[in-house]
Design a protein around this ligand. Structure first.
Ligand SMILES: [Zn+2]
Length: 415
C-alpha cells in the first residue's frame, strides 16, 4: 500500500514537472533576423516569455501544444508609425476622429508593438497614456509631437504654431513618461524653413531621444539639406517613398546624398499612410539596393480603409518589389525595435518576451496598389495566422488553440 502511494505521488510530481511550459508552438519555421535563425524549430513559452527554442520539444512538456507546420514563426511585428489617439478636446485633424483603436488593427495583423507617431503633444500626452496606452493589449509607445497641442488640426494653424513648441514643458512630460516616450515627432510643417525640425532635434539632444520627421511639402525647402545637415545619426525620416521626394538621380538611381545619409546613420521609414507611398520612387530605390530601414503603416482611418490597409499589406508591397522575406521581417521587427531604443524587442530568443507572429506565406499571383493607382504584381503574400502578446494568444485565425466543441468546454457555453 505504501509503495503504491509512493509511486502515485512520484508520477504526480513527474507529470507536474514534465509540463514545464505553458505552450509549445511546434514545427514552425522560425525566422528571426536579429539572431540569424532561419530554420524549423519548436518554441516553448512560460510565464509570458520564450523559454526554449529547440529542434524538437515533446508535447508532454507543455500544458498546451499547437502545431504550426508550414507556417513561419517570427517576432511580433513592430509598427512605428500609427495614429491611435486624438485628444477629446480637439477636432481631430479637422476631419473628425481619424485615429484607430490600436488593438483592432494590431492583433489580427501580427502586430504586437505600435508607436503613436506624434498624435499627442505635451498638453495631451497624459490623456494618450491613460485613455489609450494603459487600456490596450498591444504594447504602445509614442513619439511626442514638438507642438504642445499635437496633431490638433492637421495642416491647420495649430500645427504651424512655432510658439507652441515649449521645450521646458515638453522635456518635463518626457521625464515623467520615459517608459513610453521613444522620440520626438515633427510633421506637416509647411513653412519655408526648418524651425520645427530644428526644435525637434534640440528637444532630442536635450532628452537623448531620436526624432521622427514627416517632411511634409517639398516645394519650399530642401529635403537633401535636412537629411544631410540637420538630422543626426539615429533620426528617422518617415514617408521615405512620398512623391515628389528627390531621391533619384536623372538616371533613376538612388541619389548619392541618400547613400551618404544612410552611412551617417539616418534611418528611412516607409510610413505608407494615405498620401506617402508611390512605386515610382519605391521600385527604383529598392531595385537600386536602397531598402527601407523600417516598414510602417502610418495607420489612421483614412489609410486603413484605403490602399494601405494594414501592416502585412505594406510588407507585401515591399516583398513584391523583390526584397527577400527575411529582410522584410527584419524591417518589421528588429530594425524598428532598434530605432525606438528597444532592441530587446523584435526577436525570438530564450528569455525574451513572447511577442510572436505566426505567418502563412501564400504563393500565387497578387496585385498591390500605390497611392497614384500604380500597380505591382507579386508572387507571395504574407497572411497572419496567429498573434501572441507576452505569451497570450490574442489572435488565432484558424482556431488552432480551440478544441472541437463537442469534446469540452461546454461548461462555458452558457456564459
Ligand atoms: Zn502619420
Amino acid at each position: 500500500m505504501l509503495r503504491v502511494l509512493t509511486v502515485a505521488l512520484l508520477s504526480c510530481a513527474l507529470s507536474a514537472s514534465a509540463q514545464q511550459y505553458d505552450l509549445v508552438l511546434r514545427n514552425g519555421h522560425v525566422l528571426d533576423p536579429k539572431n540569424n535563425v532561419d530554420a524549423r524549430r519548436d518554441v516553448a513559452i512560460r510565464d509570458g516569455k520564450i523559454a526554449a527554442i529547440e529542434p524538437s520539444i515533446p508535447a508532454s512538456a507543455a500544458k498546451q501544444t499547437v502545431d504550426i507546420t508550414g507556417l513561419y514563426l517570427t517576432p511580433g511585428l513592430i509598427d512605428i508609425h500609427e495614429h491611435v489617439f486624438v485628444g477629446l478636446h480637439h477636432d481631430a485633424w479637422g476631419n473628425g476622429d481619424l485615429s484607430v483603436p490600436a488593438d483592432v488593427l494590431a492583433t489580427p495583423n501580427g502586430v504586437t508593438t505600435v508607436v503613436d507617431a506624434g498624435s499627442s503633444g505635451w498638453r495631451d500626452f497624459a490623456e494618450l497614456r491613460h485613455r489609450v496606452i494603459e487600456t490596450s493589449k498591444t504594447r504602445i509607445f509614442a513619439f511626442i509631437n514638438i507642438i504642445g497641442a499635437g496633431m490638433a488640426n492637421n495642416d491647420d494653424a495649430a500645427e504651424q504654431n512655432e510658439h507652441d513648441m515649449d521645450l521646458d514643458a515638453l522635456s518635463k512630460t518626457i521625464e515623467q513618461n520615459r517608459d513610453l516616450i521613444v522620440g520626438i515627432k515633427t510633421a506637416h510643417w509647411q513653412q519655408p524653413n526648418f524651425v520645427s525640425v530644428q526644435k525637434a532635434v534640440e528637444a532630442g539632444n536635450r532628452n537623448h531621444l531620436p526624432v521622427m520627421v514627416d517632411f511634409g511639402w517639398f516645394d519650399n525647402k530642401s529635403y537633401e539639406q535636412m537629411i544631410s545637415t540637420i538630422l543626426r545619426p539615429g533620426d528617422i525620416s518617415t514617408h521615405v517613398f512620398r512623391m515628389p521626394a528627390p531621391l533619384l538621380t536623372p538616371e533613376g538611381k538612388p541619389a548619392p546624398y541618400m547613400l551618404d545619409a544612410r552611412k551617417r546613420g539616418i534611418k528611412f521609414d516607409v510610413g505608407h499612410g494615405g498620401g506617402s507611398f508611390n512605386f515610382a520612387l519605391a521600385e527604383p530605390m529598392v531595385k537600386g539596393g536602397f531598402f527601407p530601414d523600417s516598414i510602417s503603416t502610418d495607420l489612421h482611418v483614412g489609410s486603413a480603409t484605403g490602399v494601405m490597409l494594414n501592416m502585412p499589406n505594406v510588407m507585401n508591397k515591399i516583398l513584391a518589389l523583390g526584397v527577400p522575406l527575411n529582410e522584410v521581417i527584419r524591417e518589421s521587427t528588429t530594425n524598428p525595435a532598434t530605432e525606438i531604443g528597444h532592441p530587446e524587442l523584435g526577436q525570438i530568443a530564450v528569455g525574451a518576451i513572447a511577442d510572436i507572429a505566426v505567418l502563412r506565406v501564400d504563393r500565387g499571383s497578387f496585385g498591390y496598389a500605390d497611392l497614384a493607382g500604380g500597380k505591382v504584381e507579386g508572387t507571395e503574400r504574407i497572411v497572419p495566422e496567429m498573434t501572441l502578446r507576452a505569451g497570450r494568444v490574442v489572435f488565432d485565425l484558424n482556431a488552432r488553440t480551440a478544441v472541437p466543441w463537442r469534446e469540452g468546454h461546454l461548461k462555458y457555453a452558457t456564459r
